[in-house]
Design a protein around this ligand. Structure first.
Ligand SMILES: NC(=O)c1ccc[n+]([C@@H]2O[C@H](COP(=O)([O-])OP(=O)(O)OC[C@H]3O[C@@H](n4cnc5c(N)ncnc54)[C@H](O)[C@@H]3O)[C@@H](O)[C@H]2O)c1
Length: 437
């Protein structure tokens, strides 16, 4: 049995701050408000609905996760954020068109109160949006100071001790770590001279870490995953996790690929295509933003299948991912996957998946779980990269010398074992030989 960590009490309310208050963020906020009123259930949230086995199978101890670890209550969540448009959460949710009028009107008053701070915006990073609600600043350092001030204002207006940040802003142009991103001093000097390699997503992440606000990145943009921020998070003991919510097609990929691999079935190719018509889709219609998304989507198969270990099964896979903006679809995305597999003696077979998903409906419970688990980690004294939250991401953050785990079931086991470890319970290996001795 591991030793239980000391966990600070979750007194008072918890602020959830979101850069980007579009479809995902408002579907999350409206959903939590509906659940608070008992008008809907938190489907898709492991933190709310999931159970966790403790001890031996004969002990019959299987509490709900929320009864096992001291999470903040949904009733105690309050919301804020930043957006490039001034709409409150009710208007933004109406525009996003994800939830029915009837649902939105039931929580209209609560949504009307959630108004974004002006954004730190840079059209070089998001080309398809013309911002109508942005900050004025001289240098990016000033921009970061303003975001930090917003965080303090939000906390004092709501009387909060604690807040977390989940990035739900549009996907930025693809970027890789540059010189200014490798250490904090360099980064801060680059902020002062408004170095073009610093994106708005990085400014928000920097402000969060400096304010001791745990941070998760739901978008594929480069943000907390630069070395300077990993060091900063470690130094300040602030949890970070990312990136890119694992929702529709990639979720399916990380469910099915481990199954094929478990049975040693071969793979010749995996062709994935999507149509989507929301603002996320419009932003992704720009080549530079699309590249960020494609990179996170493509990375998963190799680490699950490990072609170098089984070249005869996975050595020559053709993996293609396409995303097309198609306005009539709105938030109701459609994904097609054609999977060319082969079995005994190399005989070919095909699997077809046609997922008529709802993007933000799949993403909203992830925002909730991340907010609750990041806050728990912080109170339990766990700073830096939270690999156990890989479960929620297409491109999980790890130390540079580690490869990320993409297999959903390994991720789930890692998450639950981390909760057991935090609470001083035995880790579960599923060995089970002792039952037969
Ligand atoms: N299933 C999913 O919905 C899903 C899955 C994985 C990742 N994501 C990512 O989550 C993010 C949000 O998706 P969405 O569907 O809500 O998109 P959205 O376009 O509806 O919302 C994004 C919001 O971010 C705002 N924004 C853009 N730049 C900003 C800035 N610099 N500061 C503050 N706000 C800014 C936009 O004005 C917009 O309101 C995207 O990056 C998307 O790729 C979504």
């Amino acid at each position: 049995m591991s030793e239980a960590r000391e966990i600070r009490e979750s007194d008072g309310k918890l602020g959830v701050l979101m850069p980007g208050m579009g479809a995902v963020a408002t579907t999350f906020v409206a959903g939590v408000e509906l659940v608070k009123k008992g008008l809907a259930g938190p489907v898709g949230s492991l933190a709310q609905l999931g159970t966790i086995r403790l001890g031996k199978r004969t002990e019959n101890r299987v509490p709900k996760i929320k009864d096992f670890v001291p999470l903040a209550e949904m009733d105690d969540l309050v919301f804020g954020g930043w957006d490039a448009f001034p709409d409150d959460a009710y208007d933004a949710a109406t525009l996003a068109g994800v939830l029915e009028k009837e649902h939105l009107n039931a929580v209209r008053d609560q949504l009307k109160e959630v108004r974004p701070f002006p954004a730190v915006f840079d059209p070089r990073y998001v080309a398809r949006i013309e911002a109508a609600h942005e900050k004025e600043y001289g240098s990016l350092k000033e921009a970061a100071e303003q975001v930090r001030e917003d965080i303090r204002t939000f906390k004092s207006e709501h009387g909060l001790e604690r807040a977390v940040m989940v990035n739900c802003a549009s996907t930025e142009a693809y970027a890789q770590p540059q010189k200014a991103h490798f250490d904090l001093e360099e980064f801060e000097a680059a902020l002062e001279r408004s170095d073009p390699s610093i994106s708005p997503a990085m400014v928000y992440a920097y402000a969060a870490l400096q304010e001791d606000v745990p941070y998760a990145n739901g978008s594929p943009s480069l943000a907390a995953d630069i070395p300077a921020f990993v060091d900063l998070a470690d130094e300040r003991g602030v949890p970070v996790a990312g990136k890119d919510f694992k929702t529709g097609q990639t979720l399916m990929k990380t469910i099915i690929a481990p199954g094929l691999k478990a049975r040693m079935l071969g793979l010749e190719g995996w062709y994935s295509t999507n149509i989507l018509g929301n603002r996320d889709g419009e932003v992704l219609d720009d080549e530079k933003s699309l590249k960020s998304k494609e990179v996170t989507k493509l990375s998963v198969l190799n680490t699950i299948l490990q072609p170098e270990k089984n070249p005869e099964l996975y050595g020559d896979i053709s993996h293609v991912v396409k995303i097309n903006y198609y306005p009539p679809r709105g938030d109701s995305k459609e994904g097609w996957d054609n999977i060319d597999v082969f079995g005994w003696l190399g005989y070919p077979m095909q699997i077809k998946i046609n997922f008529l998903a709802r993007d933000s409906i799949l993403a909203a419970p992830i925002v909730l779980d991340l907010a609750l688990f990041l806050d728990l980690a912080h109170r339990a004294g766990m700073g830096g990269i939270q690999e156990w939250l890989s479960f929620y991401f297409k491109s999980p953050m790890t130390l540079p010398e580690l490869y990320p785990e993409h297999d959903l079931f390994i991720q789930q086991m890692k998450l639950k074992n981390t909760l057991r470890a935090i609470m001083g319970e035995d880790l579960i290996t599923h060995l089970g030989l002792d039952y037969y001795e």
